[in-house]
Write a protein that binds this ligand. Structure first.
Ligand code: F6P
Length: 365
């Protein structure tokens, strides 16, 4: 039972995204200056908790980092304390539960509560730790924007701005060469980045996991544009878009840890098929980790700051097992258990999909 909060810890888990430093800064500055509490930064996500790696965060560590991408604490999407590779005496490695060790390390660090900044994977771990008695507050992070309990995650706006910029650049070269340009964007099994950047960038076709497509519909859209004198087309493809036979395209499979399977390459497959089927010249750009890097947008800095300040407040109020969220324009909190229950996907009949269709964007359906 936590009595008075004197020292808190913060870790960033999973894939990085722009805005993490804004969150770390906000949590630390609020805790130190507003509540008079010490802050420990756990290094490299849950790996640092398992292996007892941390630093004391003082104002000087979090000053000047607001505009910087990445995370000053480091991160990993591999170290899950409930499923951790443990080397046996016989040389074999098995998956073991090292959560007790991780919790003991937290106690060694002398912390009274933990802030976990993460996506669904890290927040699920945070929830399991909470169920084991660790006082945890979560903050939702991911460029994919696929967490259901919050209207937006920070990092998404920066990723979609990068993707929109790429579409703008592809437009000029597509037009010069009368080509069909495909841009593959991230997002895992959700189409948020593709839908938003494709709409903002004026894409002609957007392919997302939530809406099945046919090659015929794509070719018809390209042909219809040609009839109108538009000899080029831009196709924005979410990495998780399913081929017409329902298959996903992976660049790497990790058989003993399938959640680490790496999506990627679907735009190359689609590009070569429509080159033949539609008799057009195609070129494919896979935007990749550019979407995760660089300076956060003003929106993500502000959202990250609001989430960080709210998380510090939730900790001081001992509202453990909760996660900060954005609802409308309000920063609120939800139970962590609810937050990790289901993935937020694009609804095919949602207003934005309808708006995109109304201005002539095809979803290949
Ligand atoms: O979840 C964020 C994300 O960038 C996804 O959009 C993408 O599929 C995945 O992470 C890439 O992960 P990694 O950095 O491990 O290649």
């Amino acid at each position: 039972m936590v009595t008075k909060i004197k020292r808190i810890a913060i870790l960033t888990g999973g894939g990085d995204c722009p805005g993490l430093n804004a969150v770390i800064r906000a949590v630390a500055k609020t805790a130190i200056h507003h509540y008079g509490v010490e802050v420990i930064g756990i290094l490299d996500g849950f790996g640092g908790m398992i292996n007892n790696k941390s630093i004391v965060l003082q104002d000087q560590h979090v000053s000047g980092i607001l505009h910087r991408g990445g995370t000053i604490l480091g991160t990993t999407n591999r170290d899950n304390p409930f499923r951790y590779p443990v080397r046996q005496q016989n040389g074999k490695t098995i998956w073991g539960d090292v959560s007790e060790q991780a919790i003991a390390n937290l106690e060694k660090m002398g912390v009274d509560a933990l802030v976990v900044v993460g996506g669904d994977g890290s927040l699920s771990i945070a929830y399991e730790l909470f169920q084991k008695g660790v006082p945890v507050v979560g903050i939702p992070k991911t460029i994919d924007n696929d967490l259901s309990a919050t209207d937006l995650t920070f990092g998404f706006d920066t990723a979609l701005t990068t993707a929109t910029d790429a579409i703008d650049k592809l437009h000029t070269t597509a037009e010069s060469h009368h080509r069909v340009m495909l841009l593959e964007v991230m997002g895992r099994n959700a189409g948020w980045i593709a839908l938003h950047s494709g709409t903002a960038g004026g894409g002609d076709v957007i392919l997302i996991p939530e809406i099945p497509f046919t090659y015929e519909a794509i070719c018809e859209k390209i042909a219809e544009r040609r009839r109108r004198g538009k000899k080029f087309s831009i196709i924005v493809v979410a990495e998780g878009a399913k081929l017409p036979d329902g298959q996903l395209v992976y660049q790497e499979m990790v058989p003993d840890n399938p959640h680490l399977n790496k999506l990627g390459g679907v735009a190359n497959v689609i590009g070569s098929i429509i080159q033949q089927q539609c008799q057009v010249q195609t070129r494919v750009t896979v935007l990749g980790h550019l979407q995760r890097g660089g300076t956060p947008t003003a929106f993500d800095r502000i959202l990250g700051t609001r989430f960080g300040v709210k998380a510090a407040k939730l900790i001081m109020e001992k509202q453990f097992g909760s996660m900060t969220c954005l609802k409308g324009n309000e920063i609120l909190s939800v139970p962590l258990g609810d937050a990790v229950k289901e993935q937020k996907l694009v609804k095919p009949d949602s207003e934005l999909v309808q708006a995109a269709k109304a201005v002539g964007i095809s979803f290949g359906d």
